[in-house]
Design a binder for this molecule. Structure first.
Ligand SMILES: Nc1ncnc2c1ncn2[C@@H]1O[C@H](COP(=O)(O)OP(=O)(O)OP(=O)(O)O)[C@@H](O)[C@H]1O
Ligand SMILES: [Mg+2]
Length: 320
């Protein structure tokens, strides 16, 4: 599938020049969305910025492990249950490390090199031939050229062929595009990879031994209640009070559901539950969340599977 980037109709789009190199195209196409800052590579400082700028609670040990892997030239695999922050934390760490907004590649089975490295604009290729002029760079190549990080999300959803393609790029730190007779090499160490995966998710493929040999694996899990409490407080974005005893009850509810229910709510669900309850309180003219707001919000946030409402109701009844 080809989608025109920066091109309109049959002609060349605004800013497009026929003699443009791939590097110039990358800057023109992606430059506007990639924010540049000083790279931050000190784990303690990264933890501080993850909290203040990205509103993420991440412990220093995890950040240090990722930084050590990057320094050793290894990609990192974040593996763990849904809603534990793998994607957001990965993207934020890569962005701080490189000093540039990270590129995110959401995997699906149809992903191939044309979707991530580049392809040809059909009309331009017809007019100008399959060469650098009609070539459209895609995110992986753009990240290598800009020395930015790449978050490959849900790697298990991709094919083994695609995983091998990524490993080859990571190992050699270069991308060859034979059609335009060019080799692109990474120039800095900003170009790093974090993969995410949720092994418990159904209908996902296995990761090959070759893949696992290359990456270092960082295990994510549900945070202890004290950390999850901090996360909810940090993420509560409405000026409505959430009383401490209600937050404690919420944490007991999600903890119990993680033990008893098939759908196990992650911190992402706890945060959403608090946010919706706080908005309900506001709509009802209250300045603090009540038990009723929490029960009502739970009915849209925690009821995920048909037939599991009873378990959720029982746990709410017991703990709230
Ligand atoms: N450590 C954390 N700090 C702050 N927020 C967190 C944290 N962990 C989880 N969250 C909450 O979860 C959301 C991020 O979840 P994210 O999508 O990154 O999880 P995930 O592990 O990638 O989940 P999935 O497996 O479903 O893709 C945040 O928007 C926030 O509400
Ligand atoms: Mg994710």
């Amino acid at each position: 599938m080809v989608e025109p980037v920066g091109l309109t109709g049959e002609g060349l789009g605004a800013g497009e020049e026929v003699g443009e190199t791939v590097e110039e195209k990358v800057k023109r196409i992606y430059g506007g969305v990639v924010e540049v800052r000083e790279p931050v590579r000190n784990p303690r400082e990264m933890v501080r910025l993850l909290r203040s700028e990205y509103r993420l609670v991440v412990d220093e040990r995890l950040v240090s492990l990722v930084v050590a892997a990057f320094l050793a030239g290894r990609p990192v695999l974040f593996e763990g249950p849904p809603g534990t922050g793998k994607t957001e934390i990965g993207e934020a760490i890569l962005s701080l490390w490189a000093g540039k907004t990270a590129f995110v590649i959401p995997c699906s089975s149809g992903y191939d090199e044309y979707r991530v490295i580049g392809d040809f604009h059909p009309l331009m290729a017809m007019r100008l031939g399959f060469n650098e002029k009609s070539f459209i760079p895609r995110p992986l190549l753009a990240a290598l050229i800009l020395d930015a990080g790449v978050l490959v999300d849900e790697i298990r959803r991709s094919s083994e062929e695609f995983q091998n393609l990524l490993l080859d790029v990571i190992d050699k730190r270069r991308i060859i595009v034979p059609e335009i007779k060019r080799v692109f090499r990474a120039r800095g160490i900003g170009f790093q990879f974090i993969f995410t995966s949720n092994p418990e998710d159904i209908a996902q493929g296995e990761l090959s031994d070759a893949f696992l040999r290359r990456v270092v694996r960082v295990r994510f899990d549900y945070p202890p209640p004290s950390v999850e409490r901090e996360i909810v407080r940090l993420r509560l974005d409405v000026d409505v009070e959430l009383p401490d005893e209600l937050l404690s009850a919420m944490l007991r509810v999600v903890g119990e559901l993680r033990r008893r229910a098939v759908y196990k709510p992650g911190p992402a669900d706890t945060v959403l539950w608090a946010r919706i309850a706080a908005r309900l309180a506001r709509l009802r003219g209250d300045s603090r969340v009540t038990r009723r707001d929490l029960i009502d919000a739970a009915s849209i946030v925690l009821y995920k599977r048909v037939g599991e409402e009873d378990v959720v109701d029982a746990v709410l009844e017991e703990q709230l």
